[in-house]
Write a protein that binds this ligand. Sequence first.
Ligand SMILES: Cc1ncc(COP(=O)(O)O)c(C=O)c1O
Length: 494
Amino acid sequence: MRDSFVVYSLSRAHASFRVICTSRPLTFDWRTKQGAAGFPSGLSLRVEDSLREAINHDESLTSNAESIQSGEDGFASAIGSPSGSNYNTPMSFMTHLESAIDGTKLPADQVQTMHNDRPLWVRYDLEAVRKAVKPADFAARPPTLWRYRELLPIRGEDSIVTLGEGVTPILPVSNLGAELGLEDLWIKDESQLPTSSFKSRGMALAVSMARQFGLKRLVTPTAGNAGGALAAYGARAGMEVYIFMPADTPTSIQRECVQAGAKVYLVDGLIGDCGRIAREGIEPMGWFDMATLKEPYRIEGKKTMGLELAEQLGWELPDVILYPTGGGTGLIGMWKAFGELRELGWLQSETLPRMIAVQSDGCAPIVRAFEAGQRFAEPWPDPVTTAWGVRVPSAIGDFMMLDALRESNGDAVAVPEDAIAPMMMQASALEGIPFCPEAAACIVAAKTMAKDGRIEPHQRTVIFNTCSAMKYQDGAAMDLPTLAGDAPVDYTRL
Ligand SMILES: Cc1ncc(COP(=O)(O)O)c(C=O)c1O
């Protein structure tokens, strides 16, 4: 019998591994006698040979080793690690960074922020990626965003800061679809990530890169969820985190950040004011600014939404994607993912999805610029919305969002603010998914677009539930009927 093993690297430095037999119930930890010197990365064969030798000679193995010996006829199967590393290829195929505004090339592997006050793209050697990995390979790796490591910027396993970012479900929603008049409607439920929001993807990457560069003090302004994610990943990495958020940010998020050990300050103002305070503190405080698009790697984390969606749908992309749009990393990251997948030749579908940016009519700078045919958006003067994540009156990545919308033949929709809360309740009751207000705005937009024919009933449509409704619970009691604990109940009146 030929056994299969997955070998997880516990510590590359000490050449210690966790070996899991996938064909029989058997797991053990193993450290090589020769230490790291015997393990130049990049050679899975060495791992296999050494493993075979260790099993034959190393008395430190558990008694389970006996059963391995009896099945020793070849160990050459899956060799992996938490990120899916198989030592056959480098972690990342990143080549350089590139200014999104004027194409200037900048070196990778150095701390970078922006160029001419505008964001940077991370670029990869896609030709080499195509040779090194095939779409089917991803399925054999652990189900986390790190499975796409060739298309991510992390150079080494040791830099990864993870809270176990699992693949989020893509759920068909026929009850909601019937309500909207859409026959092929799906929800990508990002509420199931660590910190209950898609912001974990971006911060997992950005904090891991901060670790790679040895950065220790991080700061961010936040509309809410990005702060929660930075607090969590920063804590995990043992870094100091400072967060500035508008004073009316839901108290649940304030608490989330404090609980994760961040230094949290409320600002009597808007996110732009928070951004100014963070920016002006960089020099005196020695902070690194993790604000949306001010460092290059949060986009790469968000990109995994697009990679994951493609993989889950058999590399066939949907017709339409509706995305709640604030600072824009989600929309921009996903569109970047689709571009890379197309260049890699991995997509089954000939066309890319139409990207629909959704905002509230209480704060819709991107919609206004899209409709006016502008590439840069004027700041929205007086933003008012309870879809906190899209309360972003001005974004430095405005042109990147607007380019993505136009390249995709997409659209930008502002929904009535007062339609968001009722849709949150209605949609959650129809499907049991804890829709956040930002996703509810997308559902309102989908309904409008289905009605006026901009989305046809048969078109495959995906809406992102970017966080859990539970993130915005302020702890106030609900006005629910209350029963006496010791009195009979009149069930006919319930
Ligand atoms: C729940 C939620 N949805 C959407 C957004 C908008 O995200 P992006 O910055 O990617 O446009 C945010 C941002 O804070 C958010 O928290």
